[in-house]
Design a protein around this ligand. Structure first.
Ligand code: HEC
Length: 229
């Protein structure tokens, strides 16, 4: 083999393996703890992100205990590599993830669990359309000054928590789909304690951590009186 050919081959080999390492084996929990991973990558409103949006949403909606948490169903939906197995990058409607969660043939989430909202389906479809990458960003323009229960807190809880914490059999017996119950968890400090993974509290969500921006927004809302605004 000529020297240049060998170099090309070797470079390709290194790129291939380092890509695999990043793309498929990092569990979401580790990924989320490592927020420096996306340092310098500012969020763009044109993009959908796995780390910021899609991963937490799928875990909250599908990976509750008894479902796709890896202990009961064979196909755990707790890591990027496993979630990627049910999508066809660039083809949302051809992806199993979208087929089972939308349209007339919808079968997931089953039973009394709320279906994904149109906004959530649009977000996941956009992420698939854009290549279903293991991507993430840091929200530099995180605005914690204008937070309200209806416009800020509800969407964060819907994307990260209510998949488990709603319905007839909510995880831990705790519902987070109505103001009264959320306010109780704000007042007894469990809401902030759990999302900050503080000592003495259960770490929530169980498979990862909210982005710093979303934690900051919820804290700002709680510290200003957890109003029903
Ligand atoms: C995948 C399912 C799942 C998701 C998603 C989830 N939780 Fe939980 N949560 C649980 C389970 C299970 C328990 C009960 C844990 C236990 O008692 O060991 C629990 C317990 C709690 C508790 C009570 C903790 C205590 O010390 O009593 C709070 C508060 C809570 N969750 C908040 C949240 C918030 C806020 C989110 C979203 C940011 C969230 N959870 C997302 C499954 C989930």
């Amino acid at each position: 083999m000529k020297r240049t050919h060998f170099l090309l081959f070797f470079t390709g080999f290194v790129i291939f393996f380092s890509a695999c390492k990043h793309e498929s084996t990092v569990p979401l929990a580790n990924l989320a703890a490592d927020s420096t991973r996306y340092k310098g990558l500012a969020c763009s409103t044109d993009s959908a992100y796995f780390y910021n949006d899609v991963g937490p949403l799928i875990i909250s909606s599908c990976a509750m205990s008894g479902c796709h948490d890896g202990n009961s169903e064979p196909d755990a939906l707790t890591t990027y590599s496993n979630i990627k197995k049910i999508v066809t990058p660039g083809n949302p409607t051809g992806s199993k993830l979208i087929r089972v969660t939308s349209g007339s043939g919808r079968s997931m989430p089953p039973g009394s669990r709320a279906p994904l909202t149109t906004a959530q389906l649009t977000l996941v479809s956009k992420w698939i359309q854009q290549g279903a990458k293991n991507n993430g960003c840091i929200d530099k323009a995180c605005d914690t000054t204008t937070v309200t229960y209806s416009t800020t807190v509800i969407p964060i809880l819907q994307s990260n928590c209510t998949g488990c914490h709603s319905g007839n059999n909510p995880s831990g017996g705790i519902k987070l789909d109505n103001y009264t119950d959320v306010k109780t968890m704000a007042t007894n400090k469990k809401l902030v304690g759990t999302i900050m993974h503080s000592a003495g509290y259960k770490a929530m969500p169980p498979n990862g951590k909210l982005t710093d921006c979303n934690i900051g927004k919820i804290k700002a809302w709680v510290y200003r009186g957890a109003l029903n605004n």
